[in-house]
Design a protein around this ligand. Structure first.
Ligand SMILES: *[C@@H]1O[C@H](CO)[C@@H](O)[C@H](O)[C@H]1NC(C)=O
Ligand SMILES: *[C@@H]1O[C@H](CO)[C@@H](O)[C@H](O)[C@H]1NC(C)=O
Length: 654
């Protein structure tokens, strides 16, 4: 084989820049030995959420760890495998690659090559993973949670920090006390390094209050339950009004005219009314749905009597209830804020019901969040009543469709289980179904994003088969975490590309036929249909990645080569044209990492060097005939007096 030197090339500088990158990538490429299914290793289903994966792994770590099985010579190897499975499945990007290509899709950065001591897994691994009142947030849901409109108090901790462990029992008690009043969260900065750095966390534990559209507030006080409660209560700014003869009827009228309920606690010297802090908590919990007031029955004895109250009591008047008609009024026999909240929420009128008769006309003019319900309604759906308060300022109305009574309507939308969907005010066809967690903050975030975005839930009747305009279609399964992570990014991209193309999602668990027609094998598979051409998106799950992909389709920077164009343009091409060619396989992890870099580089070099790529899975025998040995293999074909086979492989000269 002939030899040429890099310095013989006309434009050496950009190449020197990329060679180290390319070398690194090649070092990472490797062959994987066959081994066990990661999901089986951890004993979780393919649909498992990250939390389940963490819990399953922790259980295994506590029993299988080599520290605990000193007699077993294979313990180390076995645990390494489990650890690797965990490291891959907890990472959304790696998990998708694994789902799609198996182990050969992963690069050899040796995820899971090192593990921690048994003590670490026992004491330091996700301090709050098992606490119901504490919501462990990660980079995927942090922003939508703290921007939902609820108040969040978040504990940023680091697994190995001893002060974090000292705080844990107090934080748990505090969370129980404030459950329902504010959201108590935790972020494991060991697992979410970037997130914590982005939030400026530089010591552990760091405790911050987050409210939508306001600066986070740091807690610097003594780390006791009382001072934590005291600190957080100052953010509950809902007013509790003292009621008396002069204002009570106005208050009732104004609450009802806003569609709100009214809760009054009647206080006598003998007690049995809600104490000030409880009133404040209840007011915070029911903010936007119910006004809270209190009455001093020692000074307002007659007024209290007119409510038929003769000793301490708390009464709830639902919106529109008449004071004389005692039937709809609810007497509460508890002083516990959480119980009061539950009883009141249950007693509030249900969401407005849409039926097949009024569905079309209602949806034509307004933005709606619609809850589709079936026979058994989950406890979460009772809380949906709060959505009205959260979404009022976004001009999104909230309603319900009873899919048992209106089964034809739900069937026509391919809705066969409980879900919520946003209808964007453009009629019955333009809606998007929510696939995130069934919790309030997640639904609120979804609704706000979705009404501004242009992503449509597809089904056979609106699937773009005629393709008069470009469509980006995301084939996905709702249970797949990388799919869920991609959905918000699609929404962002759809806003940027609005008017230039359309965006749709197709749920392959419902529309099997369409998905198999398009030969979808892994989720998510994102495809751009443009006329007769079809391009699959292979990059990162980010809006920027998608935008770059589209930009590159419109103004391609990398020439896609096949055997004949390779011969024509690269081998026998014009004298003086220098080519850089990436021989890759779609399944190879490092190749995927290279794709966006390759495009970026091609744009940087445009006019100086031609940049191409060859898909060696499609053109396997061709790549073999070219002696391509590993993926990706980068070759430089210098222009002058080119003889066949004069090329340089990523710094090695051949
Ligand atoms: C209620 O009114 C009485 C009589 O005016 C007064 O002595 C008492 O302090 C008031 N109670 C409260 C909690 O304000
Ligand atoms: C779609 O195809 C048309 C015509 O071939 C082309 O001009 C346009 O740039 C393409 N759009 C995208 C987004 O690929």
């Amino acid at each position: 084989m002939g030899h040429r030197v890099v310095t013989g090339v006309q434009q050496p500088r950009p190449i020197q820049l990329i060679l180290p990158l390319v070398l690194l990538v090649i070092l990472l490429a490797a062959v994987w030995a066959e081994s066990q299914d990661y999901y089986k290793l951890l004993g979780v289903s393919r649909e498992a959420m990250t939390r389940e994966i963490r819990q399953a792994f922790k259980k295994l770590a506590l029993t299988m760890h080599p520290d605990k099985t000193p007699g077993d010579p294979s313990a180390h190897e076995k645990f390494l495998q489990v650890n690797r499975a965990y490291e891959v499945l907890k990472d959304e990007d790696l998990r998708k690659k694994y789902d799609k290509y198996g182990e050969k899709g992963l690069d050899e950065q040796q995820q899971g090559g090192r593990y921690e001591s048994w003590n670490y897994y026992r004491y330091d691994f996700g301090i709050y993973d098992d606490d119901d009142e504490i919501i462990t947030l990660d980079s995927g849901d942090f922003d939508s949670a703290v921007n939902s409109g609820e108040i969040w108090f978040i504990n940023f901790y680091f697994p190995r920090c001893s002060h974090c462990h000292q705080l844990a029992p107090t934080w748990r008690e505090f969370a129980k006390e404030m459950d329902g009043v504010i959201r108590i969260g935790a972020v494991n900065c060991g697992d979410n390094n970037h997130l914590c750095r982005r939030k400026g966390i530089n010591s552990y534990p760091s405790l911050f209050i987050y409210r939508a559209e306001q600066k986070p507030e740091k807690f610097n006080g003594e780390r006791s339950k009382d001072s934590l409660v005291h600190f957080s209560m100052q953010f509950i700014t809902t007013t509790v009004t003292q009621l008396w003869q002069g204002n009570v009827f106005n208050e009732i009228e104004s609450a009802f005219s806003l569609g709100l309920g009214l809760l009054i606690t009647f206080c006598f010297d003998t007690g049995d009314c809600l104490e000030p802090r409880t009133r404040q908590k209840v007011a915070g919990m029911l903010d936007g749905l119910v006004k809270v007031g209190w009455m001093n029955c020692t000074s307002e004895e007659q007024l209290c009597g007119s409510f038929q109250v003769t000793s301490g009591a708390t009464i709830f008047f639902p919106p529109g209830s008449s004071l004389d008609q005692q039937g709809s009024v609810l007497w509460l026999n508890t002083l516990d804020s959480k119980e009061i909240y539950n009883q009141v929420i249950n007693h509030l009128p249900d969401l407005q019901l849409l039926t097949s008769d009024n569905f079309q006309s209602k949806l034509a003019h307004h933005r709606w969040l619609v809850s589709f319900t079936f026979r058994d309604r989950s406890p979460a759906t009772i809380e949906y009543k709060k959505l009205q308060a959260f979404l009022r300022n976004d001009h999104i109305q909230v309603s319900r469709v009873d899919c048992i009574a209106d089964s034809e309507l739900c069937k026509s939308l391919y809705i066969d289980k409980p879900c919520v969907a946003v209808f964007k005010g453009l009629g019955i066809n333009d809606f998007e179904i929510h696939h995130g967690k069934d919790v309030l903050y997640n639904i609120v975030g979804f609704a706000r994003d979705s009404v501004h975005a242009h992503v449509t839930t597809l089904r056979p009747d609106n699937f773009p088969s005629d393709r008069k305009e470009p469509w980006l279609v995301d084939f996905f399964a709702p249970w797949c975490p990388p799919c869920r992570a991609l959905l918000p990014e699609l929404r962002k991209a759809s806003i940027q590309l609005s008017g230039r193309m359309k965006f749709g999602t197709l749920d392959c668990t419902i529309h099997h036929n369409l998905c198999s027609m398009y030969n979808i094998q892994a989720y998510p598979t994102t495809v751009l249909f443009n006329g007769s051409s079809v391009h699959e998106y292979e990059g990162q799950h980010s809006a920027d990645g998608i935008l770059e992909f589209i930009q590159d389709l419109v103004h391609p920077s990398v020439v896609v080569l096949d055997p004949s164009s390779f011969t024509e343009r690269v081998k026998d091409g014009l004298e003086g044209s220098i080519w850089l060619v990436d021989f890759y396989a779609p399944w190879c992890g490092p190749c995927q990492v290279l794709i966006p870099e390759w495009r970026r580089m091609a744009r940087l070099l445009s006019g100086q060097i031609l940049v191409g790529s060859v898909d060696c899975q499609r053109f396997q025998s061709f790549c073999q005939s070219q002696n391509v040995r590993a993926y990706p293999e980068i070759r430089l074909y210098p222009g002058k007096s080119r003889k066949p086979d004069h090329y340089i492989v990523a710094g090695r000269r051949i």
